[in-house]
Write a protein that binds this ligand. Structure first.
Ligand code: CU
Length: 170
């Protein structure tokens, strides 16, 4: 939060400099912040199709930050699942594991690709049965208090995934 406060201060100072005024109207500061909150784009979200018995699913997307500040994803939830966690898959000594993430940072002018074998949303206990073509709702919450809600379709894993063996369906 300190970092965010500092960079807000920097923006304020920059506005002063650019506008050449000692005061910036409250309205223009509010407008600037409102735009800043919508800088994260969620590209091609999808949920990996899973057998009906499997109660833990994985979702993926590319998170694109076109803004000039880092965006920090701190949690996710879904009206279609009991619980959602942020995970990172890794292979350690040949064993595939997943580590729960407290946050995922998307650097300014950059993106994070959530793909099989890397970052993913871990979706626990679907509230309804899901098949290919169905859509689930996901809401992302960010460190600055903003959020983003979108729909992700259920899809078959792309053929590429067969090159690797992903345990537990991701
Ligand atoms: Cu996971």
């Amino acid at each position: 939060m300190q970092t965010i406060t500092k960079s807000d201060g920097g923006v304020f100072w920059l506005l002063h400099l650019l506008i050449g005024m000692s005061l910036v109207s409250l309205a223009s500061i509010t407008a600037f912040q409102a735009r800043a909150e919508t800088k994260l784009l969620v590209l091609e979200p999808w949920v990996r199709e899973a057998p009906p018995k499997m109660k833990i699913h994985a979702a993926y997307a590319e998170l694109i930050n076109k803004g000039t500040k880092n965006v920090v994803l701190v949690s996710a939830k879904s009206s279609d699942y009991q619980k959602v966690e942020l995970h990172l898959s890794k292979v350690t000594n040949g064993i595939a594991t997943m580590v729960k993430q407290q946050q995922i940072s998307i650097p300014a002018k950059s993106s994070v690709k959530m793909v099989p074998g890397s970052f993913h949303f871990m979706l626990f206990y679907p509230k309804r049965s899901l098949k290919v073509g169905d859509e689930i709702q996901l809401s992302l919450e960010f460190a600055d208090g903003s959020s983003k809600t979108f729909l992700a379709p259920v899809k078959k894993a792309p053929g590429m995934a067969h090159k690797h063996h992903h345990h537990m369906g991701h």
